[in-house]
Design a protein around this ligand. Structure first.
Ligand code: UD1
Length: 369
């Protein structure tokens, strides 16, 4: 926390579920090197299962402020975060605003800080899917365009930033803060044996997550994916942790009434440790999430990514990840190969070692006089 009447070093911004795993190690590392901080939750995600449980499990302190922006159009979300943060940054002027990832709250916070003349540090900078149809891709490009300090997870990200004309002196390859959290929680997650509660056996089930608008808002793609999942569920149990958006689309398209599109075991969005423990013991993961591709790669669990691109190409090069898109046949061919192959594959990328947040904190400590 900032000293009363003192100068505030950092303002950390958390907005949506994938941010929370990235914020937790930063808070710890900032405390360790003596950087004062305030933490704002924008409220982009607000359900207990999408937000509060993560703060509790990961030991993130109560936010100093929750803007409560909630759902709504992307314009509404971004505008409300900017209005709320302008007041916050004016009242408690930090030396640097630290944003993570690529959600709408990330861009909104970076833009607000920039407009107020406050430095911006972007954690997980430089990732590019080269698919401008993804809202996150636009958030990434714009956030990096105005960030003063850019912390990257993999060498490809540095190449992308150089191509966009961003000075090398502002970029630091530090590793992956989300993987800091993975290592911090792995032992407890394993001890929890979450698969036992679901009545399944380790290394004999698949974990599925699906929430990208390009997959779940399009009935043709969603049907094609669910058809493959149905076929897979006849071979091994499929645990489907359903995002609220996906649940409502499946009902809206009437897919929950179709025996050829069901068969998976649906569970609510999972708390972090339970999800980690389940993925760690899974035979394979199917996902369109960015973070899960990284987690599976570090755990060396085979991962089929239900997209045509990834902004995390290192997971394809060294990790356990493979792009399969949304075509039923292509997914099932990859499933066949995966189930015939080894249980653990690939290697964790370099610098994904649990110390990324500390590298960032030490760098900020150095540059903030
Ligand atoms: C957001 C991020 C995405 C990230 C994902 C993880 C953007 C552009 N997208 O997408 O990058 O991978 O979070 O979940 O920032 N909802 C609830 N409860 C909640 C939050 C959302 O029910 O706590 C429902 C609402 O109906 C909402 C919908 O989910 O309209 C979508 O939420 P939103 O925050 O707009 O985007 P996500 O799809 O979650």
């Amino acid at each position: 926390m900032a000293e009363p009447g003192g100068t505030l070093d950092t303002l950390l911004i958390a907005g949506a579920r994938p941010n929370f795993m990235k914020i937790a190690p930063l808070v710890r590392a900032f405390d360790e090197v003596g950087l004062s901080r305030r933490l704002v939750h924008t409220g982009q995600h607000y359900d207990r299962k999408m937000s509060d449980t993560f703060f509790e499990e990961l030991g993130i302190p109560q936010p100093d402020l929750n803007l409560g922006v909630g759902s709504g159009s992307h314009v509404h979300q971004i505008a409300e975060v900017m209005r709320g943060l302008e007041a916050e940054m004016t009242a408690n002027r930090p030396r640097v605003v630290v944003v993570v990832g690529d959600v709408n709250s990330t861009l909104a916070a970076a833009l607000t800080a920039n407009k107020l003349g406050i430095a911006v540090a972007h954690v997980e900078a430089g990732l590019r899917s080269f698919d401008r149809g993804m809202p996150e891709e636009i958030n990434r490009i714009l956030t990096d365009g105005i960030a003063d300090w850019l912390y990257t997870t993999e060498p490809d990200a540095n190449t992308n930033l150089a191509r966009e004309g961003i000075a090398e002196s502002r970029i630091r390859l530090v590793g992956n803060v989300m993987i800091d959290t993975l290592f911090h929680q792995l032992e407890t997650a394993r001890a929890g044996r979450p698969w036992a509660r679901l009545g399944i056996e380790p290394q004999n089930y698949a974990v599925l997550t699906l929430h990208r608008p390009s997959n779940v808002d399009d009935p043709v793609r969603l049907e094609s994916i669910l058809r493959a999942i149905h076929a897979l569920s006849l071979r091994i149990p499929v645990i489907f942790a359903i995002h609220p958006r996906t649940r409502s689309r499946i009902a809206q398209f009437g897919f929950d009434q179709r025996p050829d599109l069901t068969g998976f075991q649906a569970v609510e969005p999972l708390p972090y440790r339970e999800a980690l423990g389940l993925v760690d013991s899974a035979r394979l993961v199917l996902t369109d999430s960015g973070g899960l591709q990284e987690e599976a790669s570090v755990l060396r669990v085979p991962c089929l990514t239900l997209r045509e691109n990834t902004e995390r190409p290192i997971t394809l090069e060294t990790g356990a990840n493979r792009l399969v898109g949304w075509d039923t046949r292509v997914i099932l061919d990859a499933v066949d190969e995966t189930l015939a192959g080894p249980v653990r594959v690939g290697q964790p990328p370099q610098l994904w070692d649990g110390k990324a947040a500390l590298r960032i904190a030490r760098h900020l400590r150095e540059i903030l006089p």
